[in-house]
Design a binder for this molecule. Structure first.
Ligand code: 1HN
Length: 380
């Protein structure tokens, strides 16, 4: 029997280039020696290891919501939800990340779909997560026993290690998006996961208009004195659309009246923040909402770290690096690290509203800020 030769994962190629040592038999022999000992010299790698600026492994990409919903609905009729698979969640796979379910090198984004009367079983994980609802209603997410309603425009963060299950109490299917820091926790090898109860209790199968968390923490500028909050992430489990919408409308109205408030002309924006201390809602994930007034355009901006956007309302044109797309309600797109991003609002024929382009955004910015790796540059 012949032994299969053991393949070493290190492969070094001597190349004839001005910044490389002269290719000689001695150099070739040195490189074979490096391969045997699993060694890689810096001089063959430095351009890739230390680029002059970030060059993302991810590429800019857009997913059309109508295609996602069509396929999720088909999955709803074919694929059951239950223990093991846990969720009918279908993830965006960035075309240059090897077919992995990673929207960017750090962020997961998925459409989740729950059929009428269905339950997604309880579990918990260290990954930080949120839900954002672009259309529909009828699902309650039960976080730590607290039933939280989900309606169009609502943002529902849920820090890692909280028990959670979902329940569709309505007679219609419901879709929403999930964002998590799965790729980040995957590469940092920090994940834990546990199954919870197979069924939530009858007294959790309730459909209140406000969760307990909203009744405690959801009043603007008012911190409850009877409760402490020390666990990671926000104690507020839902940020309702009516507040977000009014904040953005007021910024643009104040600008019209000659007052400060917008981030640039015709561009209103808010960050979802922790009411206990004003920080980001999740330790690893930032979430924001941007409204670009009819006809306005944002200045091209580069930032370290990556983002995923979902169009909440309106239509427009998005430019990311050398890519440009028309977008409309529900469409998702990714902005990789250091790719310049700009958005232009352009009312489409079917847009009934003010003509503004409303964008929900999430990013890995808290990680970059904590590590002091955050950098921005205006591109014009
Ligand atoms: C998860 O628990 C949810 O609770 C969504 O809705 C997506 C993706 C991977 C792992 C767990 C949810 C998920 C997930």
């Amino acid at each position: 029997m012949t032994a299969t030769p053991v393949e070493t994962p290190v492969k070094l190629r001597a190349v004839d280039a001005p910044d490389q040592p002269q290719v000689t038999p001695a150099l070739e022999e040195l490189y074979r020696g490096f391969e045997q000992e699993l060694l890689v010299p810096l001089w063959t790698e430095i351009g890739d290891l230390m680029p002059a600026h970030p060059r993302s492994r991810a590429v800019p990409h857009r997913w059309k919501w109508e295609n996602l919903v069509r396929l999720a609905d088909r999955a709803g009729h074919i694929v059951p939800v239950g223990r093991g698979g846990e969720r009918r969640a279908i993830a965006l796979a960035n075309p240059s990340l090897g077919g992995r379910p990673f929207a960017t090198p750090t962020l997961w984004a998925a459409i989740q779909y729950l059929m009428p009367g269905e339950d997604a079983p309880e579990h918990r994980h260290t990954q930080h997560a949120f839900r954002f609802v672009v259309e529909g209603s009828g699902v309650w997410t039960v976080v730590g026993g607290d039933a939280v309603p989900m309606n169009r425009g609502d943002f529902l963060p849920q820090a890692g290690w909280n028990w959670h299950a979902h329940h569709n109490a309505s007679d219609r299917p419901m879709a929403w998006i999930d964002g998590l820091d799965i790729p980040f926790q995957y590469v940092t090898e920090s994940q834990f996961f546990e199954f919870g109860r197979d069924e939530i209790s009858e007294d959790e199968r309730i459909t209140p208009e406000y969760s307990r968390s909203e009744r405690l923490w959801g009043h603007p500028g008012l911190r409850p004195l009877g409760v402490s909050h020390s666990s990671p992430g926000t104690p507020l489990l839902a940020y309702k659309w009516e507040h977000t919408d009014r904040a953005l409308a007021d910024q643009l109205a104040l600008e019209q009246a000659g007052h400060a408030g917008t981030v640039e002309p015709g561009h209103a924006a808010v960050r979802f923040s922790n009411p206990a201390d004003g920080t980001d809602v999740l330790p690893t994930v930032r979430a924001e909402f941007h409204r670009i007034a009819s006809g306005a355009e944002t200045a091209p901006l580069r930032e370290t770290g990556s983002s995923v956007y979902q169009v909440f309302d309106g239509s427009g044109v998005i430019t990311v690096g050398d890519r440009s797309w028309s977008v409309t309600r529900g469409d998702l797109f990714v902005v990789p690290s250091w790719e310049p991003f700009s958005a232009r609002s352009q009312a489409g024929p079917s847009d009934s509203d003010s003509g503004a382009l409303d964008l929900f955004r999430f990013s890995d910015a808290p990680v970059f800020e904590a590590l002091r790796l955050n950098r921005t540059q205006l591109d014009r």
